[in-house]
Design a protein around this ligand. Structure first.
Ligand code: B16
Ligand code: MG
Length: 217
């Protein structure tokens, strides 16, 4: 039976994906090219260094490791400027109600984010205590679609993968959840999140009971 819910951060709890996109777009523009919103889908759930590699390949640029470190730091600075203004008002619709249902159902919770900034963002929005375990970019060596972020979450909660449900908005994140052997709820479009076991447009359109029923079938 299901014992734990594992949540992605960006695009599930808060919409920081838009800030990552704005910061990467600014970097690409300064390098002389552009990235579209469609292209940005490929960056969701992917680590900072890997995102930069994908962007540089897109722009046809080959740079030294030193330059790459400099650019990643620059992007993170712009990103931090954008997220520093976040408050609990930025928590996505439906999250608070869903989390109160999760608690009532007696389920464990974990954050599964590859972002190194995740703990700071949870502090800003006042949700640090909503999680029994927090797995962020500093605790893992491989980004999504590698399952590491979710298997570590299950380990910290001392539950098995089959007892976990993952909530994800990104293609790479859905793949990570499936590779971890978990039931995956995709939040977004079923045309994009084809690997998900269940898709809803957001947590606002889901109840814990729905998820538990579908995940137990
Ligand atoms: P940072 P998630 C991911 O977070 C983002 O989706 C991805 O766009 C970002 O590059 C990555 O975190 C690393 O973030 O630069 O803050 O360490 O979706 O796994 O919550
Ligand atoms: Mg995400």
């Amino acid at each position: 039976s299901i014992k734990a819910f594992l949540f992605d951060l960006d695009g599930v709890i808060v919409d920081t994906a838009i800030y990552h996109y704005q910061a990467w777009k600014r970097l690409a523009n300064e390098l002389g090219f552009d990235i579209s919103e469609e292209f940005n889908e490929r960056l969701k759930g992917v680590s900072r260094t890997e995102s930069l590699e994908i962007i540089l390949a897109h722009g046809g640029l080959v740079l030294s490791d030193e330059k790459k470190t400099e650019l990643a730091t620059q992007k993170n600075g712009w990103y931090l400027e954008l997220v520093s203004r976040m408050t609990s008002d930025d928590i996505l619709p439906g999250v608070a109600t869903f989390f109160s249902q999760v608690r009532k159902a007696g389920l464990l919770t974990a954050l599964g984010s590859v972002s190194k900034n995740a703990p700071m963002i949870l502090e800003r929005i006042g949700m640090t205590n909503a999680f029994d375990a927090i797995i962020d970019g500093t605790k893992i060596s491989k980004g999504k679609p590698d399952p590491e972020v979710f298997t570590k979450g299950a380990d910290e909660l001392e539950v098995s993968p089959a007892e976990c449900v993952v909530f994800e908005d990104a293609v790479a994140g859905v793949e990570a959840g499936k590779r971890a052997g978990m039931f995956v709820v995709g939040l977004g479009s079923s045309d994009v999140l084809t690997q998900a076991d269940l898709v809803a447009s957001s947590l606002e359109n889901l109840t814990v009971e729905d998820v538990l029923t579908k995940a137990s079938n």
